[in-house]
Design a protein around this ligand. Structure first.
Ligand code: ZN
Length: 450
């Protein structure tokens, strides 16, 4: 039963609950570090208990925890579960730069304000309201719907690591997972696209060290460590990683082609051919949001040398943030950079010995179809497109378990609203809070409803 079959009175009640609970949830301070996600667990548990929804709490470290809840299937036979995943922790905030205190949950100017209003207490809240709607409306289900709230996503992902290691059975061999990510960009009052994150890049960080003869700053030495480092970094910055078109990126660009200026439309219709074209290559380099989709990227982020201006140090260093496309080979990239630098006095080593290979889910399944159909109802005429995000999400850690994992956001946001994520004045429009749970409910019911 889609939400259109729920009475208007009930729908209004769910929107009222969402608005009220969103404010309450934003008042729960789960800044990570230190996290204190047990506060979030308590917030969810109280509501789930009141609603009679089965749930379990796991304190994985003092003050830190995961919460699991489930609405069971109602049919004799069942399909594999769908998981609604959210993280309860939020990044730090500096109240002196905010218009309202970051944990006030204040309602002002048509917005609810607070750290986590975009990342991702809003989505966690929508998932909670969906559980309540399924329960109260007694929706017939042919698969379990699992709600999983985890700790520490903004740091090391300990909540997810602990859960997948110690409570794997509670994931019930799930088929689908909906998590944060995804972007439904609102431009001039219209949703430009519904972007579903089907994959992410993974980070691969490198430490570059140049060695040279130390000395006094008053007697320059061309082979000094800082000079060597600068030469090496110049070569790295001038180097262009090869362009590569993943099938999902091809699909995304073809879907977006009709909405682009004429020249872009032509390129996007056949991007595999376009990447051979010099002027398109230059366009890619100028366009950050296109560039990261088509290649492994390299950002120079940290630099260090002498502690004193008049001392030439024996070592100078830099850190590089590399982001590797799914299927990319970090070792090959590393070897290439060493060749590019070609200096025996400059070493390049990975900062973390372990590399998590990037992955992605395909789009030929009933979850993607459900998102497409639901979007057509709420945002008619808007393309629904698979997207690779430049950022990281925990979907990376669930796909190896055989789960189709997407970033899907039931809310829309303007560029400006979206950019408050991790920034100042994080906030969400009240009308989005009121509608979002209904959008997610319709997706879940299409996948799990009987
Ligand atoms: Zn997040």
């Amino acid at each position: 039963m889609p939400s259109s079959r729920i009475s208007d009175e009930h729908l209004r009640q769910y929107s009222d609950l969402a608005e009220d609970w969103m404010q309450q949830y934003l008042r729960v301070d789960t800044t990570n570090p230190p996290g204190n996600e047990m506060r979030g667990v308590e917030f969810f548990k109280k509501i789930l208990d009141d609603e009679g929804i089965e749930n379990r709490v796991f304190e994985i470290a003092p003050g830190r925890g995961d919460l699991w809840a489930r609405i069971p299937h109602t049919t004799a036979e069942s399909k594999r579960p769908i998981i609604l995943l959210n993280h309860m922790d939020v990044v730090t905030s500096d109240a002196s730069h905010w218009k309202v205190p970051p944990f006030s949950g204040e309602l002002r100017d048509g917005y609810i304000w607070g750290r986590g209003a975009q990342d991702m207490k809003d989505e966690g809240l929508a998932q909670l309201v969906v559980m309540v709607m399924l329960k109260r409306e007694k929706v017939a289900l042919d698969r379990d719907v699992i709600f999983l709230a985890v700790a520490d996503e903004e740091a090391e992902g300990r909540g997810t690591d602990w859960f997948t290691k110690n409570q794997r059975d509670l994931l019930g061999n799930a088929e689908f997972l909906i998590n944060e990510g995804g972007e439904n960009l609102l431009e001039n009052g219209k949703v430009k696209y519904v972007g579903v994150d089907v994959g992410e890049k993974t980070s691969y960080w490198l430490h570059v060290v140049a060695h040279g003869r130390p000395g006094h700053g008053s007697r320059p030495n061309p082979d000094s460590a800082p000079n060597r480092l600068v030469h090496a970094l110049n070569k790295i910055l001038a180097y262009k990683t090869p362009l590569r078109v993943l099938p999902v990126v091809d699909e995304f660009l073809r879907d977006m082609a009709p909405y682009e200026p004429p020249e872009r439309t032509l390129y996007y219709r056949n991007v595999k051919k376009a990447i051979e074209d010099k002027s398109f290559q230059q366009e890619v380099e100028r366009d950050e949001s296109l560039n990261f989709l088509l290649r492994d990227t390299i950002s120079l982020t940290m630099l260090g040398g002498s502690e004193q201006t008049n001392v030439i140090p024996p070592e100078a260093w830099a850190n590089l943030d590399l982001r590797i496309l799914p299927g990319g080979d970090p070792k090959a990239v590393l070897e290439t950079l060493r060749r590019v630098v070609n200096d025996p006095d400059v070493t390049i080593e990975p900062i973390e010995p372990e590399f998590r290979e990037a992955n992605y889910s395909s789009t030929d399944n009933s979850l993607f179809a459900a998102i497409r159909e639901t979007s057509a109802k709420y945002f008619p005429g808007t393309p629904v497109v698979p997207h690779i995000t430049s950022g990281y999400t925990e979907n990376q850690r669930y796909r190896p378990l055989g789960i189709v994992a997407y970033g899907f956001n039931p809310y829309t946001a303007t560029e400006e609203e979206g950019s408050t994520e991790h920034g100042n004045d994080e906030r969400i429009r009240v009308e989005e809070v009121r509608r979002g749970p209904r959008v997610l409910f319709d997706v879940v019911v299409k996948v799990a409803g009987q």
